[in-house]
Design a protein around this ligand. Structure first.
Ligand SMILES: *[C@@H]1O[C@H](CO)[C@@H](O)[C@H](O)[C@H]1NC(C)=O
Length: 167
């Protein structure tokens, strides 16, 4: 994670209003388990099974920081493409990104993350690799939003929305 200077423009209007959450939206038919890794000081979140074609919402403490990865049913539990989140962080904003730092070849689990209402900004890719994920420690790819509710898509396919960041 690294913050881009442009997030400063969001700060003036940041406000906590709803519960921090991620809705996992599975776009293919696979069943997966989401495993969470909490940063020091953030509470543990139990792993959760998410079904093919479904939305599953997980709620978090307001200032939770950590990451998660998805493992398909029957596959080994090894960290892959990561979703990284800092809820209620600097100036109360939510920071997030999709990170390929651990395993850039994990291409059909965690795909795209974005705020549930505005849908922008988006981190991640429909097809990896793309230039909208975090590949190197000095990539400036961390996104910020005033919203506390994020969506993370999993698996194959796109959601049929053209994001600003998509090329
Ligand atoms: C999952 O959530 C998205 C975004 O709100 C929605 O478009 C989609 O229809 C939902 N899918 C199901 C199966 O409820």
């Amino acid at each position: 994670m690294r913050f881009a200077a442009s997030v400063a423009t969001l700060i003036a209007s940041a406000a906590l209003s709803s519960a921090a959450s991620v809705t996992f939206w599975t776009l293919d038919n696979a069943q997966r388990t989401i495993y969470f890794t909490s940063n020091p000081g953030s509470s543990n979140i139990d792993s959760v099974k998410v079904g093919g074609g479904k939305n599953t919402t997980v709620t978090f403490p307001d200032t939770w920081q950590g990451n998660f990865y998805a493992v398909k049913e029957g596959a080994n539990n090894v960290p892959g493409m990561l979703g990284e989140i800092n809820f209620g962080s600097w100036h109360g904003l939510t920071y997030f990104d999709v990170s390929a730092i651990v395993d850039p070849n994990d291409k059909d689990n965690v795909k795209q993350m974005f705020p549930a209402k505005s849908l922008e900004p988006m981190s991640g890719c429909v097809n990896f690799p793309c230039n909208n994920a975090y590949y190197l420690p000095d990539d400036i790819q961390t996104k910020a939003t005033e919203e506390q509710e994020l969506v993370c898509t999993l698996g194959g396919g796109s959601i049929g929305h053209t994001f600003t960041e998509e090329q």
